[in-house]
Design a protein around this ligand. Structure first.
Ligand SMILES: [Zn+2]
Length: 350
């Protein structure tokens, strides 16, 4: 008997409408062509291409894929799944809409139903060519012309942070970036297939006697993030929003504070033993709590420094977060995290 169903529990959401929606560029990371499939536990596996990690769960009635990643990785994965298991992919779940994790799903479209959080729908819409800059981008727009020239590029496009970013973002090479061009670098290129089904707060997928839980716990690294929980395996997946033992990425591109901190504490309340991120290596609940404490202390330090009238340069020099110096990319990301928190707090001030 085919026991396949999707159960939705919809709860009225009263989410504050936040104005800041910003996105990380697709960074050309120092990733080699490394591809590997690793068993996590039971019938749950991770697949890695370079620095990007997705998951899949094998059942008697088909496979559930979490984050097809990009067209190249998804094509390779499909071949591997056919060869190793001979089963179709029945569901593709998106952790969030960023195209370096949600890209490439088309290859599974003939057999799979695609599922993601409802906020993905608006995030996949290309902004109008004359759409206004987002609040954090407006901080960089020194001449106030509603465009970002190379000399103005800050945050995640700043030339001192990502020297090649401006040229990559400037698709029409006219020397300035529009909101739509910035969006395209993160969501564009047509690699993200829109979900067939959107959920609001909580959903489960059951296939072949196994169950996967989709939890929406609020804003963090994005506003459309699902924490996928595999109850039998006691595993959760947190992609970019919680990477065990690693600093949050660069200038916390497109993120939300203080919501991200609250989200981390909510994640820690879930019932699991292993957390699998979308980069680096798995961890435990302790890693979730460490990240929550880090962001909480960092934000508090920036709030104090702002109240004292310190410049962002002074903040970078004095907010050292030394208790976290063992975390991956501390040397590199700590100063950028300070800038990111500062820009986020500044751009959401009244
Ligand atoms: Zn992301």
């Amino acid at each position: 008997m085919v026991s396949k169903f999707i159960q939705f529990l919809r709860i009225a959401v009263t989410t504050a409408v936040l104005s800041a929606v910003l996105y990380t560029p697709v960074i050309a990371q120092d990733a080699g062509p490394e591809r590997v499939i690793t068993n996590i536990t039971g019938d749950l596996y991770s697949f890695r291409q370079g620095r990007h990690v997705g998951l899949f769960l094998v059942t008697d009635e088909g496979i559930i894929v979490l984050d097809p990643t990009n067209p190249e990785a998804a094509g390779w994965l499909k071949g591997q799944l056919d060869e190793r298991f001979g089963l179709p992919v029945k569901y593709v779940i998106y952790s969030h809409s960023h195209n370096d994790h949600a890209g490439g799903g088309d290859v599974f479209a003939d057999t799979a139903t695609f599922i993601g959080h409802e906020n993905i729908a608006k995030n996949l819409q290309r902004p109008a060519d004359d759409a206004p800059l987002l609040p954090r981008e407006k901080l960089w727009d020194a001449n106030g012309d509603g465009r970002i020239q190379e000399s103005e590029a800050g945050g995640y496009i700043g030339t001192d942070i990502a020297p090649d970013a401006f040229a990559r973002y400037d698709a029409d090479q006219n020397g300035w970036l529009s909101r739509a061009e910035i969006w395209t670098a993160r969501f564009g290129g047509g690699t993200v297939r829109a979900p067939d089904i959107y959920y609001s707060d909580y959903a489960t997928i059951s296939l072949g006697g196994k169950t996967v839980e989709l939890n929406y716990l609020g804003y963090n690294h994005s506003d459309d993030m699902t924490v996928v929980r595999f109850p039998e395996e006691r595993v959760i997946h947190t992609v970019d929003a919680l990477i065990p033992n690693r600093m949050p990425w660069r200038t916390l591109d497109g993120s939300y504070l203080p919501e991200w901190i609250e989200w981390l504490y909510r994640v820690a309340e879930l019932d699991f033993d292993i957390v699998v991120p979308g980069h680096e290596s798995p961890g435990t609940k302790e890693d979730v709590l460490e990240q929550a404490r880090y962001l909480e202390e960092l934000q508090a330090a920036v709030v104090v420094a702002m109240a004292e009238g310190k410049s962002v340069e002074e903040m970078v020099d004095t907010i050292l977060m030394e208790d976290y110096s063992d975390m991956l990319e501390y040397e590199y990301s700590r100063p950028l995290n300070v800038v990111g928190v500062y820009e986020m707090l500044l751009s959401t001030q009244d």
